[in-house]
Ligand binder design. Structure first.
Ligand code: ATP
Ligand code: LTN
Length: 327
């Protein structure tokens, strides 16, 4: 039996090379080895205000880009969270077993709520419970995520263990798997900030659907330092970030890359990196255009994805309700 992998991505903006290098390329690689479920988490997206039309379009765009990046919907399951209502239902039940103290420790809520202050929704606070439900519905063994999500996966582990100790073996206890390099791609305009979908700074992120000229412009304008030496060095975040992106796309060894650019200027690195990124994204973009030529096609694939995963979600929820004594 293959191990079960579950991960999710929010349809809250344009997918960028940080998402691709930190998550999606890894998801593509493991799909043959594991039984993988990938979810477009639209219920998580509405924890902050969204425009309805844009949200609906983004759900399809994100799903299309996952498939265009190489996730094969015949092998892995790709579906939309709100298409399987068990996610919401299990969230409520899990809420009853998550002490407030655990939730209050979540650093992402602290960061995100500072930006919104009084407007912040109750659901943003409860975000980790929905994420725990996503993971626990499918007997998940491993959850590939970026560093920022580790604490949330740990909360899912804790609530699974707590529930199991009260009611007996019910949930598989999941663990987070964090990619070693490329796990944190930084903003091009400001390499001290992470490249992000929701931060609408022009020049921060290279989006997967950016035109070749946009990609070139953003890379040529990327912030670096005034030194000349081209070395992987985390104390020089700008140049380090460009080299990491180069490394991730070309799969060359660090020494090889440093040797290649020795004695050259930053402009040479930027020019070459821009071409590497343009060429790497080009097949993803053309597959995306093919996939979306028929607007119904993605909807059909997503309906099939939900149909594949629903029986497992139904079975888990029925067992949980039975254990708790509901109904
Ligand atoms: P937001 O800005 O809305 O928080 P995001 O761009 O951080 O969005 P998520 O939907 O939170 O993206 O994350 C999807 C996946 O991409 C996660 O596994 C996350 O860890 C990864 N990821 C996001 N940003 C980066 C980044 N800059 N570098 C590497 N991986 C990233
Ligand atoms: N919170 C995650 C997205 C997410 C997720 C999940 C990831 C929602 N549910 C379940 C792994 C497993 C994020 O913002 N990257």
């Amino acid at each position: 039996m293959k191990k079960r992998v579950f991960s999710g991505i929010q349809p809250t903006g344009d997918l960028h090379i940080g998402n691709y290098l930190g998550a999606i390329q890894h998801w593509v690689k493991i799909q043959h080895e594991y039984d993988c479920i990938y979810c477009v988490v639209d219920l998580h997206a509405i924890t902050i205000p969204q425009d309805p039309k844009t949200l609906k379009a983004k759900i399809r765009e994100v799903a299309g880009l996952l498939i265009a990046s190489g996730i094969d919907p015949q092998i892995a399951s790709v579906f939309v969270q709100s298409h399987v209502h068990e996610h919401s239902e299990l969230t409520w039940i899990l809420n009853c077993y998550i002490p407030m103290g655990w939730m209050r420790r979540m650093t992402q809520f602290k960061e995100k709520s500072q930006k919104q202050r009084e407007e912040v929704s109750t659901a943003l606070f409860d975000y980790p419970a929905l994420m725990a439900a996503d993971i626990l519905l499918y007997n998940t063994d491993e959850v590939p995520v970026g560093e920022d999500q580790k604490q949330h996966v740990e909360l899912a582990r804790d609530v699974a263990q707590r529930f199991n100790s009260i009611y007996g073996e019910t949930f598989t206890v999941p663990r987070a798997v964090i990619a070693k390099t490329g796990a944190r791609i930084m903003g091009l305009d400001d390499p001290t900030q992470k490249m992000s979908k929701s931060e609408e700074q022009p020049g921060r992120a290279i989006n997967l659907l950016d035109s070749p000229d946009d990609i070139r412009n953003k890379i040529m304008r990327a912030t670096t330092d005034s030194l000349r030496e081209m070395r992987f060095d985390e104390s020089r975040p700008g140049i380090n970030n460009l080299l990491v992106i180069y490394e991730q796309f070309t799969r060359q060894a660090r020494e090889e890359i440093e040797a290649r650019f020795e004695g050259k200027g930053y402009v040479d690195l930027k020019r070459e990196l821009a071409e590497v990124v343009v060429e790497s994204l080009s097949p993803v973009q053309s597959r995306y255009r093919e996939l979306t030529a028929d607007p119904q096609h993605i909807d059909i694939l997503l309906a099939e994805g939900a149909k594949k995963v629903r029986p497992t979600a139904e079975k888990t929820l029925a067992l949980v309700k039975e254990r708790v004594g509901l109904g």
